[in-house]
Structures are given as C-alpha cells and as structure tokens.
Design a protein around this ligand. Structure first.
Ligand SMILES: NC(=O)c1ccc[n+]([C@@H]2O[C@H](COP(=O)([O-])OP(=O)(O)OC[C@H]3O[C@@H](n4cnc5c(N)ncnc54)[C@H](OP(=O)(O)O)[C@@H]3O)[C@@H](O)[C@H]2O)c1
Length: 318
C-alpha cells in the first residue's frame, strides 16, 4: 500500500458524484473531482479541487490522478446526440482507466448499469459491458455498481414522470406497463460507493433499492401520492415516442429515447435475483417530497449546454 490519500470522484458538481463527494468529505477524506464542467458552482468550496477530464491530454489526466488512491467513476452520457455519443464515452472512459493505471491508482469504483451486455443492440448496455470488461482487465482492484434508476432531488426520470402526471390530462405508458424497475436512492448509492472505496477485493454489486415496481404501478404510485387522479392508458412505442418528441420540442430536450423505451420494455432495468442494497424506499421518498416533486421539468440537455450552472439552478430556472 502506498501513502496516497486522495479520492477522485467524477462529476462532483453534478448528480451522483456530488453525493459521493459529500459522503467522502463527511469522513474527512481528501477529495478532488474530474469534470467537464469546471465552472459549475462548487458546493464544497475549497474542500474539492476541480480538474478538467482532459481526455485529449493523457499526460495532464495522469498528473491530475497522481495523488489519487481511489477513483470513483460516474462518467457516462445518457444518449447519443449531435454533441456527445455513447461511443465517445466508451473511448474516454478507456482513456480514464489507462490514466488511472499509469498514475498508480489502487482502486476503482465504477458506476455501471443493470444488465450490461456486449451483445446488446442498445449502445448504453453494450458500452457499459465493454467498460466493465476493460476495467477488470486493467488488473486494478475494482468494485462495479450496477444501478437501475437513481432517485433523489436531481433525478430526471422519476421527477419527469411526476411532472407529466401533473401537466398532462392523460398519462401514457408504453405497452402493458408491466416491465419492472428497481430504483435506488442516490444516498444509498453514494454510501455503497464510499464503502467500496475501501474494499481491496473485486466485486460486482447490483445496486438496487428496496422496492420493485412495474412501470405502470410506478406511475400510479406517483399519481396517488401526489393526490392526482390521472387516467393511465397504454400507448404504442411509436405513439409514446411521438408524444415525447412534442414535449421535447416544447422543453428543448430529449424526454426519452427509442433506446431507453426499448431497454425499459425489455426489463433491462430489472435484476430479479438481486438482493436490494438500498434502504430508502421510493414510496416514502415521494411522500416526503410530494410538494416539490415534478413541479418543474428536469432537463438533461440544459445540464449539458449550461455547464456553468448547477443542476439545482437549472431546475428552478426551467
Ligand atoms: N441517473 C440515473 O438514473 C442512472 C441510472 C442507472 C445508471 N446510472 C449511471 O450512474 C452514473 C452517474 O449518473 P448521473 O445521473 O449521476 O450523472 P451526472 O452526475 O449527470 O454525470 C456524471 C458524469 O458524466 C458526465 N456527463 C454526463 N453526461 C455527459 C455528456 N452528455 N457529455 C459529457 N459528459 C457527460 C458529467 O460531466 P460533468 O462533470 O461535466 O457534469 C459527470 O462527470 C452514470 O454512469 C450512469 O450511467 C444513472
């Protein structure tokens, strides 16, 4: 063991990375962050130094990681867009792993996805599988966390379902709505990531929460807790996607992609044999946040375009 004492967390001014950094700081750990959004407000002040990812400058990236004992990696892109692609996220993450190896990083905690598969036709899931394999092949001690949906104040999916329930006269679900999801609270994910930072062994953890929902049941649960009586109808993928495009034009965002619909309906956000690790129940969290949940639409593309604003600011300015 070396005397390195720094933890690098990607995206500490974003969503899950912020909770992971906060948890590390609560344990008096020395934390830096790697980010593309160096000018987003830093909620940790001088306690967390921000370094650019520098994916195009390996030497600088290695330098940023030179004091780092453990890297906690959340970096990924949600969908393909003209300004970012899954394939670039794969290439960049491979660069990050190589740099970590060159810098002598001793442990990598990597946030992946449920059901990654190299043979999946969905790039989200095949890209994540390529990265898991590459991480294992680095020979660096690793813990791989596989969440399905991460819920919390800055979450997009649960918030935007609630927003639609509040805004739309009728709610549509793709097909029969019987496919399942197992959301985990961001604090539970952060706690696991920080625990795993100290685990010298290699492990893969299905990072799922206490409650499993069929998608239609999830929409119903959100509507019931918000106290909104909304008719929920089944729609075809094509019609549902068309409606999401209309909302997308209105909000200037990608509400949901065809790939995401496919992944959801193929039960890729469900791992039937896994034991839950999350303690915070989604239903209880919705109850506690029912006065604010879904009041404002959460916009993924704005987060990418306005990289000098915090996710919270973007939500209030929406
Ligand atoms: N959110 C969920 O419900 C969910 C569900 C399952 C799995 N996951 C996984 O959990 C991890 C963290 O997700 P998160 O929602 O917490 O993400 P996030 O904080 O919004 O972003 C995580 C990191 O990825 C970077 N990033 C995100 N989108 C990008 C883009 N389009 N172009 C360039 N960089 C981008 C961010 O860059 P900046 O630092 O510059 O902002 C940040 O460093 C990801 O690996 C994701 O696959 C998330």
């Amino acid at each position: 063991m070396s005397d390195k004492n720094t933890y690098a967390v990607t995206g500490a001014f974003g969503y899950s990375g912020k909770y992971i950094a906060a948890k590390l700081l609560s344990q008096n750990k020395r934390v830096i962050t790697l980010t593309n959004s160096i000018n987003r407000p830093n909620p940790f002040g001088t306690k967390v130094k921000a370094c650019k990812f520098n994916f195009d400058n390996q030497a600088e990236l290695v330098k940023s990681l030179s004091e780092v004992k453990t890297l906690i990696n959340t970096y990924w892109v949600r969908f393909n867009h003209k300004t970012f692609k899954h394939s670039e996220a794969v290439d960049n993450t491979l660069i990050l792993f190589e740099a970590a190896k060159a810098a002598g990083v001793e442990k990598i905690v990597h946030v992946s996805i449920s059901n990654p598969s190299k043979t999946s036709h969905l790039e989200y899931f095949s890209g994540k599988a390529i990265l898991e394999e590459a991480l294992i092949n680095t020979g660096i001690s690793h813990s791989i966390l596989r969440p399905t949906i991460i819920f919390g104040q800055e979450d997009i999916l649960i918030n935007n379902i609630a927003w639609m329930v509040r805004t739309m006269p009728i709610m549509g679900v793709f097909g029969d709505g019987k496919y399942k999801v197992q959301p985990i609270h961001v604090l539970d994910l952060a706690e696991t990531a920080v625990q795993e930072a100290e685990n010298p062994n290699n492990i893969i953890i299905e990072a799922i929460g206490e409650e499993t929902y069929e998608y239609k049941e999830l929409v119903k649960t959100i509507a019931n807790i918000l106290g909104i009586n909304r008719k929920i109808i089944s729609v075809s993928n094509g019609f549902g996607y068309f409606m999401s495009k209309i909302i997308g034009w209105w909000k200037n965002d990608y509400v949901v992609t065809r790939e995401e619909i496919d992944g959801l309906k193929s039960n890729l956000l469900y791992t039937p044999d896994a034991k839950p690790i999350g303690k915070i129940k989604l239903s209880q969290w919705i109850q506690e946040n029912k006065n604010t949940l879904g009041k404002v639409y959460s916009n993924e593309l704005q987060r990418r375009k306005m990289i000098e604003k915090s996710y919270e600011e973007l939500k209030t300015n929406n």
